[in-house]
Design a protein around this ligand. Sequence first.
Ligand SMILES: Cc1cc2nc3c(=O)[nH]c(=O)nc-3n(C[C@H](O)[C@H](O)[C@H](O)COP(=O)(O)OP(=O)(O)OC[C@H]3O[C@@H](n4cnc5c(N)ncnc54)[C@H](O)[C@@H]3O)c2cc1C
Ligand SMILES: NC(=O)c1ccc[n+]([C@@H]2O[C@H](COP(=O)([O-])OP(=O)(O)OC[C@H]3O[C@@H](n4cnc5c(N)ncnc54)[C@H](O)[C@@H]3O)[C@@H](O)[C@H]2O)c1
Length: 504
Amino acid sequence: MALAILARRRAADAVLRRPQAAAGAVVSAWRAYAAAAGEESDVVVVGGGPGGYVAAIKAAQLGLKTTCIEKRGALGGTCLNVGCIPSKALLHSSHMYHEAKSSFAHHGVKFSNLEVDLPAMMAQKDKAVAGLTKGIEGLFKKNKVTYVKGFGKLASPSEVSVDLVDGGNTVVKGKNIIIATGSDVKSLPGITIDEKKVVSSTGALCLSEIPKKLVVIGAGYIGLEMGSVWNRLGSEVTVVEFAPDIVPSMDGEIRKQFQRMLEKQKFKFMLKTKVVGCDTSGDGVKLTLEPAAGGDQTVLEADVVLVSAGRTPFTSGIGLETIGVETDKAGRILVDKRFMTNVNGVYAIGDAIPGPMLAHKAEEDGVACVEFIAGKEGHVDYDTVPGVVYTHPEVASVGKTEEQVKALGIAYSVGKFPLLANSRAKAIDDAEGIVKVVAEKETDKILGVHIMAPNAGEIIHEAVLALQYGASSEDVARTCHAHPTVSEALKEACLQTFSKAIHI
Ligand SMILES: Cc1cc2nc3c(=O)[nH]c(=O)nc-3n(C[C@H](O)[C@H](O)[C@H](O)COP(=O)(O)OP(=O)(O)OC[C@H]3O[C@@H](n4cnc5c(N)ncnc54)[C@H](O)[C@@H]3O)c2cc1C
Ligand SMILES: NC(=O)c1ccc[n+]([C@@H]2O[C@H](COP(=O)([O-])OP(=O)(O)OC[C@H]3O[C@@H](n4cnc5c(N)ncnc54)[C@H](O)[C@@H]3O)[C@@H](O)[C@H]2O)c1
């Protein structure tokens, strides 16, 4: 056994000692570009987001000579630079302020002179982002991934032409190319994003003042998370949503409770409503609204408007047409089960292909894709990708909604447990929420779990594992859970699914 490990280490060391890999420390210098241009890599990844950088590290770990090309001058993609991480930093800071303002006194913690220091809040967020992007550079260095800073364009199925950030152009050659170019904000007709008064999520992450009135277009993940940040800091938030419901993909029952909870937090919703005009000529913004089904127009005024009506794959202008890579009508790159496009040796992953636009899904794609390239088996189970809205409480889900199970004609049981009956949630005075479990009637196999609770985004992983292993609700209910924890609400909901919960 020890000899086998030693042999593997020696083989790995030999790969790492290759001159190309040795030169490939984190480098934005010409030497690295020249190295990348001169010799063919096994894998060239275009895009350094969660899909691209994870694919690059995994490929290098599998012994493949790897180059990653990123245009923004920092690794981590949308998620780390202008998405998941900065939004969660602001969600946490604004939650602390809001708790201090509205809840601390109930817990006997009193003080005067509470105020928001917005520049300090933004600085904390920026520090978290900077530390993490540097961390990925460190991981590239450790794994000998060559990092090329520039805009990559497919020139042939084995060549990427790169306009370098520092000026000039180089051609990077690869036996395999992975397109991991991610996505960009979806613009709406008649609305120009200036990132000052009319902002995308990127602008909403760095406003210099707290807007008095914020109008959010789209009641999806971004609208509700960024709406929560500014709502907690004092903005009046109105959400205009085209569909009849907020977060249309969510389980109906959970969604209704979620909306009621947000309304208690003073969110206003205008559902079944579309924005048909946007006037920024005055001090603020005037939006012209119309019922989705047509009808009389109204005007809604705002200091800042956040456009969060979805994201669109970033796949034009990157040379797909040059080599004939097929996309669908939405611009998503079409791939087979091995993440290969219709062009041999050219792969695509993450937000640029169909599927949920989530960082963890992009990462799973990246790992599976390079495993296939390395001649191994890769696998992503899209039925067990969890989704989390990081509001307070958080709303997390995995698997099928009750509506989906019904539509499939599957006979099912439902178990529900309210947080009001959970001792930990009561002890910490944070008992708004519910756990809902949907299981197949005949076998009791769990099909979906939906949680609205503090830290639902952590608790959901027990359910993800249960789905992954094909567990029944009885399996989870008979598993000992520590007391007192909010996770006990999941155990009780499972108990309720096949039998009866104890505490309700
Ligand atoms: C505000 C916000 C909050 C979010 N929060 C979450 C969250 O909490 N959890 C979650 O799972 N997801 C979240 N997401 C979604 C998540 O960011 C994306 O699903 C994820 O980043 C997709 O990863 P990716 O690698 O496919 O693409 P991206 O992260 O978009 O990375 C693609 C990278 O490729 C680069 N690139 C593009 N074209 C080229 C080119 N031609 N040459 C070189 N480089 C190029 C881009 O600069 C970019 O850095 C959030 C998104 C936003 C906007
Ligand atoms: N916590 C997370 O995991 C997280 C956080 C932020 C973003 N994201 C990802 O980023 C992506 C983009 O987020 P998003 O919130 O922009 O998109 P989304 O798809 O989550 O929500 C967009 C919403 O806008 C509505 N809409 C579309 N056109 C409209 C219009 N013209 N007028 C009014 N409403 C309209 C849609 O019905 C939908 O409810 C999501 O797919 C999500 O996966 C994830």
